[in-house]
Design a binder for this molecule. Structure first.
Ligand code: ZN
Ligand code: ZN
Length: 197
């Protein structure tokens, strides 16, 4: 997929989600709008799909499993969403410290193939393959962080505006990347009179 189609597809998915988020009408004692749990799952599916696909542009999320109930667990065994084998601090990648998530997750720690899923502490590190387009990767990181923040705001009883706000910021970033120049650059060119009127 070329990067243009990638951005357009992700933008469309996020716009759809924003369109489905209505304010909860809890005032009346019942609420017929989409519950936050469904919004959250839908956002998680979009995030997962596009983070996985972003590997082709050198953008990866490596999950470090920091502990588990296996007594032989050592250090930070890792997994990735697209099956890439990347060890913690792998020298082929830039580890700039960005994280999409840190906290408890129900999953099987990869320190042994015999491990069963359990709740344990994980860290989703954002890393970039060395030698790729860094500007693109940092923009993807910003967009994905926006989706993560929206997911973080999609808990029970949390307001819908918090979810929308983060998604709209991600969409604005994608808009600028999709157009031949950013809206800010366009405005500046009009103001300095460079633009044929
Ligand atoms: Zn795990
Ligand atoms: Zn383990």
């Amino acid at each position: 997929m070329d990067i243009f189609k990638f951005r357009v597809g992700l933008r469309r998915a996020l716009l759809e989600q924003v369109g489905e988020i209505q304010n909860a009408n809890g005032w009346y004692g019942w609420d017929t709008t989409t519950p936050n749990s469904i919004i959250r799952r839908s956002l998680e599916a979009t995030l997962n799909e596009y983070v996985t696909a972003a590997g082709m542009y050198g953008f990866f999320v490596v999950t470090r499993h920091s502990n588990c109930s296996n007594p032989k667990h050592r250090g930070y065994p890792t997994t990735t969403r697209n099956g890439a084998r990347i060890v913690y601090r792998d020298k082929g990648y830039l580890w700039e410290g960005g994280q999409l998530f840190q906290g408890q997750r129900f999953c099987a720690c990869p320190c042994s193939a015999k491990n069963e899923p359990e709740w344990h502490h994980v860290i989703d590190d954002v890393i970039f393959k060395k030698g790729i387009d860094l500007e693109e990767c940092r923009r993807l990181e910003f967009v994905f962080l926006g989706i993560c923040a929206a997911i973080g705001n999609a808990g029970d009883k949390q307001s819908r505006s918090g979810i929308r706000e983060h998604l709209l910021q991600a969409i604005l970033t994608l808009n600028d990347a999709i157009l031949p120049q950013t809206v800010d650059a366009y405005i500046a060119s009009r103001e300095t009179g460079d633009w044929p009127s």
